[in-house]
Ligand binder design. Structure first.
Ligand code: ADP
Ligand code: ADP
Ligand code: MG
Length: 240
């Protein structure tokens, strides 16, 4: 345990919550400790990544154990791969079951960036990533596996489309990226939206995680109330 604490301190990893697993130090550990598929690991190497970033070191073992997570790390520190890799590991291969993971991003541009990274990381696995650009798209491709969208779009679809509601019930992963941005617009509107989305993604197997650049008191309180046994990871800053 002392060694683990030392390793965390060295990498400025701060954790809060019960039973937080040890961070992974290298990609190889994903194979040996978590049985992550070679192809998934190969896609990390082919990105020319040499080793996990601190947020990946700690978020990966948590998400691979299917824990609900609030993760905070500075911009540019690899949060996208921090949530994509465990999702890809679990989705394994296409199942023609409708979409199985939802990633919410605050803007279309961010959704596109995440989708591009997802495309690279799923290469050779047959998994598909879709961005909801126009509401109609959901009807055109009923078999998409992952689904990156902004909250309003998803809420609208949940309201008008029975099919989308059914799919939401079966979703295995729900990621809220840049959750601090989504929370900050002051209107409180996002809280209601998120509550609606959480209610819709209510399957027994859903794992939900929030990623952001800053650890805000509001988001932390919200997560304590709304995530199951939340594990909080914060990189480079102590809790306030
Ligand atoms: P964030 O969401 O934290 O702002 P991104 O996920 O957009 O950061 O990642 C920032 C950059 O770091 C991207 O170019 C990404 O490809 C790269 N990156 C991600 N993980 C690693 C890693 N383990 N090693 C090196 N570069 C990485
Ligand atoms: P945008 O990304 O276009 O700025 P939103 O993310 O708020 O906007 O919404 C995305 C899309 O979802 C809208 O362009 C529209 O097609 C649809 N949409 C959202 N809310 C509604 C609504 N109440 N009625 C009809 N369409 C809606
Ligand atoms: Mg990001």
């Amino acid at each position: 345990q002392e060694e683990i604490n030392h390793f965390r301190n060295k990498n400025h990893i701060y954790v809060y919550g019960s039973d937080i697993p040890a961070p992974v130090e290298c990609f190889e550990q994903l194979r040996t400790d978590f049985d992550v598929n070679d192809k998934v690991i190969k896609n990390l190497y082919s990105e020319k990544y040499l080793k996990p970033t601190p947020i990946q070191m700690q978020a990966w073992p948590l998400l691979l154990k299917r824990r609900e997570v609030l993760a905070c790390a500075p911009t540019g520190s690899g949060k996208t791969a921090a949530f994509l890799m465990p999702i890809i590991h679990y989705l394994k291969a296409p199942r023609r079951k409708g979409f199985r993971a939802i990633i919410l991003a605050p803007t279309r541009e961010l959704a596109k960036q995440i989708a591009r990274e997802s495309d690279r990381m799923t290469e050779g696995l047959g998994l598909k990533t879709n961005i909801i650009n126009k509401v109609r798209e959901s009807n055109n491709s009923p078999y998409f596996k992952k689904f990156v969208t902004t909250p309003n779009r998803l809420i609208y679809l949940l309201e008008v489309d029975e099919e989308v509601r059914k799919i939401a019930e079966n979703v295995e992963w729900l990621i809220v990226d840049e959750s601090d941005k989504l929370f900050e617009d002051g209107k409180n509107g996002f809280r209601d939206q998120l509550a609606t989305i959480f209610r819709a993604c209510c399957g027994p197997n859903v794992v939900r995680a929030m990623f952001s650049a800053t650890l805000s008191f509001d988001v932390e309180e919200w997560c304590k109330l709304n995530l199951y046994d939340v594990a909080t990871v914060s990189i480079g800053m102590r809790n306030t």
